[in-house]
Ligand binder design. Structure first.
Ligand SMILES: [Zn+2]
Length: 252
């Protein structure tokens, strides 16, 4: 028998659905289905849903829908604090988050690494590999492919909205409250390995004349041997963080 559930998507969740003009969708379904099945059946990754209400009562993703249910699905809100509710579907990360990024997010990946976030990046691995790796290591999967977020294995994931890498970084920092974990300079943007400080004398032969003249504080990646200094590289990142802090202060 064909059954029906009435689904109302709030805010950003509507972007995953083709018909953006309808406020309440009438979803037809057969057999036993959870609300997670229903949502993903219409293209909304469960990782983007923060709160679910059925007839004004909170429910979780395993809820088996019943014929005629009215269900509302909410994304993370930037301005309304529902964190205090015990029923939200996503708890704040209890430790410094780790990431794994899908292809084409290389610039975002290097920003996250520079800020000290453990971030894996594979340009040429399939969806299954990324989903498995993120589940196995409890890494947040960052992607611009919402199909990837709908894989069963994926527990933590985030759909990147912007194309501009700086805006992407701002999105991720806001979404996961990363400000308190920012640790400038700790990972190599090329390979994700931790950076160590190194005395100038030790690497002086490898420096360009101008770098030798103007800089005194250096870091080295003990994995790929790349040298970094507090020059343009750090300045750019500091500016980026200041911009993001301004956004926080302005309540964005
Ligand atoms: Zn390295």
């Amino acid at each position: 028998m064909e059954k029906v559930v009435y689904l109302r998507l709030f805010g950003e969740l509507n972007q995953f659905f083709e018909d953006k003009n309808k406020r309440i969708r009438e979803i037809k379904y057969k057999d036993r289905q959870t609300i997670k099945d229903i949502l993903e059946g219409i293209g909304v990754p469960h990782t983007e849903v923060y709160f679910l209400l059925k007839n004004n009562q909170p429910i979780n993703f395993n809820y088996l829908v019943k014929n005629g249910d009215s269900i509302s699905a909410y994304p993370i809100f930037k301005t309304i604090n529902i964190e205090s509710s015990q029923k939200t579907l996503r708890k704040k990360f209890p430790y410094q988050p780790k990431f794994i990024a899908d292809a084409h997010l290389g610039k975002l990946v290097s920003y996250l690494r520079i800020l000290g976030f453990d971030t894996l990046y594979y340009n040429d691995y399939g969806d299954k590999f990324l989903a498995d790796k993120s589940a196995k290591e409890n890494r947040i999967l960052l992607t611009k492919d919402h199909g990837l977020l709908m894989r069963k294995k994926v527990k933590y994931g985030y759909y990147i909205r912007n194309d501009n890498p700086q805006k992407q970084l701002s999105e991720v920092i806001h979404r996961y409250d990363l400000k308190e974990y920012i640790n400038k300079s700790s990972r190599c943007p090329k390979c994700n390995h931790l950076l160590e400080s190194i005395r100038k004398e030790k690497i002086i032969d490898r420096l360009e004349p101008k770098t030798k003249k103007y800089y005194n504080e250096f870091y080295i990646c003990t994995n790929c041997d790349q040298i970094y200094w507090k020059g343009s590289h750090f300045k750019k990142i500091e500016e980026l963080i200041n911009d993001i802090e301004d956004e926080f202060n302005n309540g964005l």
